[in-house]
Design a protein around this ligand. Sequence first.
Ligand code: MF3
Ligand code: CO
Length: 264
Amino acid sequence: MAEHISTRNPNEIDKLRRAGEVSALILTEVAKFVRAGVTTAQVDAYAAELFEREKCGNAFHGYYGYPGHICISVNEVVVHGIGSDRVIEDGDIVSLDVGAIVDGWYGDNALTVPVGNVRDEVRRLLAVTEEALYRGIAEAKQGNNLADVCGAMEDYVKPFGFGIVRDYVGHGVGRHLHEDPSVPNYRPKHRLPHLKRGMILAIEPMITLGTWKVKVLEDKWTAVTQDGLPAAHFEHTVAVGSHGGEILTERPRSALPEQLGITL
Ligand code: MF3
Ligand code: CO
């Protein structure tokens, strides 16, 4: 079937902004909870409490049978990590992915938290992945092609020599978690659509320290790097605007080089 990309009017974007705000609030609070010594199941349980408190829907729980409330992906886990008895350790990086539903509208966002003493090159990986997200968002403007968003992320990341995950991509979002179009983190071979104001995109670069190749574990969800090296993941829900993307899941940046004590 041909791709259909919805555009949302300002009133609809207001509703998406509410879903985005709650998604960002929960993500940010869970990020503060993450520390060495806690299990990822405890992180998931804490997130579940926040969904209760905020009285919003959960976009992931039960989605194609997904058992967790959020995704918690440690080190070599790229995406879709499920809370378990895995204990978070000093030096780990933990990717958190949160999706909330408010009045039938969806928000989706993610970030990677460094825990304690994280190796320099892994901190660089975080900074580069977050910056790639913002490079992509800047290109999410009316008149651009979607390939400009994808290409901006690829062009930024490539010189660092990091891997760009290909098996998982960003997506349209709005009335469902996943809508058209797909938003790869690299310039694809086929043509991509032009961007119109009010299109809603979940832009989510997943970048690895080594190979871009991933495999899915027995549980059918957990995606890990084939070489076991760490991966980072940052995501925002964004409305295509006239000058760039408007972030609907706004939160303070957390992986600027100066915040991480590194230079790129
Ligand atoms: N942000 C991820 C995505 O868009 C999270 C999905 S988790 C799932 O694919 F469980 F809902 F699949
Ligand atoms: Co997403």
